[in-house]
Structures are given as C-alpha cells and as structure tokens.
Design a protein around this ligand. Sequence first.
Ligand SMILES: *[C@@H]1O[C@H](CO)[C@@H](O)[C@H](O)[C@H]1NC(C)=O
Ligand SMILES: *[C@@H]1O[C@H](CO)[C@@H](O)[C@H](O)[C@H]1NC(C)=O
Ligand SMILES: *[C@@H]1O[C@H](CO)[C@@H](O)[C@H](O)[C@H]1NC(C)=O
Length: 342
Amino acid sequence: MPKERPLWRGAAFRLCVLSAALLLCLQLAVRRSWCPEERPRLPAVAASGRAVPQPRGTAAASGRRRVTYVRSGRRGGRPGRKTARWHIELQPWASPTPSLNYEALRFLKYISTSQISCEHMNLSSLRGNSEAMKRPWSVCLDERFSLIHRLRNKQCRLYSLGLGSDDNQFEISMANSGCEVHRFDPSIRSAHIQEGQHLWYHRLSVDWRDPNPAIAAHKLHSNTKKLGTILNEFGHQKIDVLKADVESAEWKILENLILEDVVEQIGQLVFEVHIHWPGFEVSGNDSTVVRYWYSLLRELELKDFRLFHTYKDLSKPQMLLKKEAFNASSCYTLSWVNTRWK
Ligand SMILES: *[C@@H]1O[C@H](CO)[C@@H](O)[C@H](O)[C@H]1NC(C)=O
Ligand SMILES: *[C@@H]1O[C@H](CO)[C@@H](O)[C@H](O)[C@H]1NC(C)=O
Ligand SMILES: *[C@@H]1O[C@H](CO)[C@@H](O)[C@H](O)[C@H]1NC(C)=O
C-alpha cells in the first residue's frame, strides 16, 4: 500500500507533461493558420541556393533581390509606403491583338509629346554660364517648380549617371550655377575626386540590384550599387535632378527606382532612352518589349511625373528594335518634373 502513492504520482506527472505538450502543439497549429502569408513571402530559392528563374525576363528577380526589396520597403519608414512590388503594372495592349505596329505607334507618340509646358529650360541664361549646351539635357527652371529656388539658395543636388565622361558640359554648368553635383562613373581612376567647389566624381556605377555578396567578397572593388543604396550611404534624402546616360541600362534602373519608391525622392529626371534594342535584361518579343517600356513611363505619370521636354536625336541611327519602319530615332532625351515634389 505505501508503494502505491509514488506510482500514482508518477502517472499524474506524466499526464501533466502530455497535456502540456498537447496544448503547445495545438497553439502552434492555431498560430500557423492565423498567419498563412508568412511563408509565401520568402524568396523562391531552389535547393542549390540559386534563384528560381522567373517566367518573364524583364522582371526576373533573383531570390536575393526579392529579399532586398522587402527590406527596402521598410527602409526609413517613410509614410504612405505600400508593400514592395516585384513587377511594374503592365498596361493593356495597344490593340485587341498584340501587334508591334500599334505598340510602337502608341509608345512613340507618348515619348514625343510633352505633358506640361515649361518656359525656362535654358541653363545658359543663369549666371556663370556662357556656353550653350551641346546636348539637350533640359531641366525646368520655371518658378512654380522648386529647382530654380533651390539653385538660388545653393541647396540643389544633381546626380549624374554615365559611362565615360566625354561630355560634362551639363554637370559643369549645374555646378557653376550652385548645384552640388555628383557624377557616378566607373571609369575614373580614384574612388572619389573633387573638382572645383561643387563637383564630385565617384567611381561607382548604378545598377538595378545589389551585387551578389559572394561575388562582392571576391572582388574587393565592388563598384556597383543601387541608387537607393548610394543615397542611404551618402546620407542624401533628395536629388533635385537625376541625369542618366547609361546606354540601355536606363529601363531596368528606372524600373528599380519605381519599384523601390526611390523615384519619389527625385525632383526632375533627365534620361537618355535607347530603343534600337530591348536594353539590358529586357526580354520578350518586340511588342512585349515596347509595351513594357510604355508601361514603365506610365508608372512615372502615375507618380505625378510630367514630361516637359522630349528630344529626338537625329544624329543616331534611326531605328526602333532594329527596324527602320517607324521613323523613330534609336535615342531620345526625355525630361520629367515631379509635380508632387517639394
Ligand atoms: C508576344 O508575346 C505575347 C506574350 O507572350 C503574346 O501575347 C503576343 O501574341 C506575342 N506577339 C506577337 C506579335 O507575336
Ligand atoms: C540660351 O540662352 C543663351 C544666353 O541667354 C542664348 O545665347 C541661347 O541662344 C539660348 N539657347 C536656347 C536654346 O534658347
Ligand atoms: C520622320 O521624322 C522627322 C523628324 O522627326 C520628321 O521631320 C519627318 O517628317 C518624319 N517623316 C515621316 C515620313 O513621318
């Protein structure tokens, strides 16, 4: 009889442990069903650790990039930020059945039509600039937009992305007008060079994704960064003017600026766009490519950017996607003003 008590106690203890475990299991199960989105948000990474290819080449995002987008979506905690997107919204086809002809006509009309008028675009009229610009890097200096005021108050900042610094006339004019100019050019000798009071050169090229960390570790001089990353590292909140002459990388860079909401930190955009081929990492048949370009520009319009100047370069080969049929130039210079920007 005295032996029975410890036996009973042991059984009770075991029952206790069992029910506690059961309760824990139940709780876990309930919690999992409460937050079902948690899992699908993780990047799709194959067993090899490499990214699973995405169906559309234009939006192909490596697993790593997706993670970065999630992070940058939270960056800075700016108000009004929505969940990060992986793809831009594609516009409907220009015609009931997809056709290059209709896509090209719609796109070319769009890039040839100013949406807002700007009276003062001539930098040469500002003090300190005697030379007229060789190329049409137009910025809008009308009083209703902030650029002219920020130039006068010496608060202006220009980022210029380019390859090979053959033509720096625009950058020098802006620097002479009192703008702080940062020129990003991977071909210069030192990491940073200051030339004059307001002009800096940085040995960096702007990309639409962060470098793979494995590659970055091997190559000590990883000079490729996303614009959002550069802004963060430089501690810059705003860019008054972003000029880009990046030889067909402009489409993916623009896409990245839109997807990460970096474009909202920019007052004016001056981009050279190239249309003789799809551009880096843009894929699909011809009509798909033109629709994608058009959709990107419509995203800018949605964000209240307005085209105020367009320039068709007649000195370059006159073709669109290797075709001469559309009387298009392979190269246009487009200027937008962010009408929401203060
Ligand atoms: C191009 O590809 C799209 C999407 O894959 C397809 O819907 C369309 O019919 C194709 N267009 C032409 C002209 O082949
Ligand atoms: C810009 O202004 C300068 C000086 O005021 C003038 O000589 C030049 O012709 C103007 N250029 C354009 C394109 O209006
Ligand atoms: C082709 O473009 C040029 C320059 O924009 C224009 O002057 C010309 O009239 C156009 N030709 C045709 C056939 O549309």
